[in-house]
Design a protein around this ligand. Sequence first.
Ligand code: DGL
Length: 361
Amino acid sequence: MPSLTSTRALLAAFGLAAAMATAQAQTAANMKLPNVTILATGGTIAGTGATSTTTVGYTAATVGVDTLIKAVPELQKVAHVSGEQVFQIASENMGNEQWLALAKRVNALLAKPDVDGIVITHGTDTLEETAYFLDLVVKSRKPVVLVGSMRPSTAMSADGPINLYNAVITAGSQDAVGKGVLVVMNDQINAARDVTKTNTTTTDTFKTPELGMLGYVIAGQPHFYRAALRKHTADTEFDVSSLNALPQVDIAYTYANVGPVAVNALVAAGARGLVHAGVGDGSLPAKVRPALSAAREKGVIVVRSSRVGQGIVARNGEANDDQLDFVVSDTLNPQKARILLMLALTKTGSTKEIQRMFYTY
Ligand code: DGL
């Protein structure tokens, strides 16, 4: 019959063994956590308002990346997270200079074997544009996830923390590898090429209206149901590593009663490319067509897009693109067509080649 003392010693030993096993399991689990870098650029997700009910009229881009990370302690359970404050701006002020700096930093980080994925916190106003630009210039299959919020960090039911948590989970997931640049908000995963901001204030604003989202992030797991078919990231032909500027490309918006003033002014200001945000299937009003033809004759590349937002702008549909030597944007909205045209112009001035690019990316 073992003595009481030896029984206690045995139980203590079991307890210690159990504690050590748990600690080892925790350490093993911790070692398996992905390394995710958060690049913070500003926006509402870093915004603050005067009261908990201030969801408009707040100040964007005031909270630093370390505070954003500390505000979501659950991040530590799903990834080894590090943060860099690359900018602190409202995203309506995002521009080519920031895009080039961000792309170079992303590519430098993703080239490091100890970086598994990147999250970029960003204002929602131009988030879709930054996402598509990176989709065309990131040279890696590792996940890059853009995330923002529609309510500032100080608001009741702020959406930033859960959006950031879901974005980090997705950026650290093997399932997101090779899927291109992603936008994760409102528990949904959208592809950079086709996602767009559809509402000025609501938290479900980012949608891919007709072509559809890629999946969901639910209960700490990403679930993919589809993938983007157009080329992106590691398959891109574009390289910005040696660029310090991008060609000037602008957008001329069309509406009833429009005249040629905007087109002429943009060309006079030095645009090398012009995206026409036409009505309907990219229709050219009679007062604008001559100005666009004149622009083409001066060497400006003209892309017919549409303000409608969904659907294909068909080549030689509403205009004889072969005769005018114009390019059509396929399904890209004007702001995304501008991005692809800018990058295309870093490679070629051939409309045939540029049209190929619009059917490839
Ligand atoms: N100023 C806007 C921006 O930074 C706020 C919108 C937002 O981030 O949700 O994009």
